[in-house]
Design a protein around this ligand. Sequence first.
Ligand code: PDD
Length: 287
Amino acid sequence: MPVQSYVNGRYVRHHGAAIHIEDRSYQFADGVYEVIAVYGGGIVDEGPHLERLFRSLGELNIAAPGSERSIKVILREVLFRNRVRDGALYLQVSRGVAVRNHAHPPDMKPAFVVTARAHPWPKDFAAVEGIAVIAIADQRWSRCDIKTVSLLPNVLARMGADTAGADDAWMIGEDGLVTEGTASNAWIVTDAGEIVTRQLSQAILAGVTRRTILEFAAARGMTITERAFTLSEAKAAREAFQTSTTALVKPVLKIDAAVIGGGAPGPVTEVVFTAYLEHFASFGGAA
Ligand code: PDD
């Protein structure tokens, strides 16, 4: 449990930290967020996460809560006050507080909250457990590229997975194509050994983990194809995995009743995991 959190310009005791009941994120989910990993005291991929935060804010025309520089200072202060060296930062910016009305007044002052929590990270692939996912209709809106706090469809999909006895769900669009996981990007390795993840569009969130993996794959001469794939292609895949800031590279061993890769994490997933962990570890040892 965090000890202190940042709320609108002040560092306050986490227990009892509060935002106003007429905050638009509470009433309209009118806000955006980021989750950023912290490894060995270093903030992992802080630049790309803040870049995406500013992009999401811009898409919704919400004012930035401060400059990139001032946000970086706040993130470090929250980590310091909570003594977090391995864990995650959560940032949420809402449009702010106003009398409830769908149309908002101009020039609103955004509300900004930052929390930090400790969380251990796996140190190698042997420590990683694979998961089972179910396929579920993607009921989200048409702007999934914005990291908005409107997460109810994602929460419902995750609840559907729980009910089905699975660990997570992969969402399927009306066209039968896999969009993404409830809080992750989806990947498969085909029989021909091709690594595939869906191309960026308004149908998926541009994952920072996804971006990092594409960057180091290119640097290592690995081929990754960015294209959409169907649920049946995923079920017939040699390997499957999902990626996110908090789950890193997670092997998917089952999709509905289809067992993937004989039910064990595969070699390509291991290579991607290990390379990602190396990237992760390069942030460790920060003062
Ligand atoms: N979610 N797609 C969705 C819908 C997500 O919510 C997330 C991350 C991702 C992966 O993005 P990244 O690699 O930048 O974490 C893809 C965060 C972790 C969350 O909601 O907790």
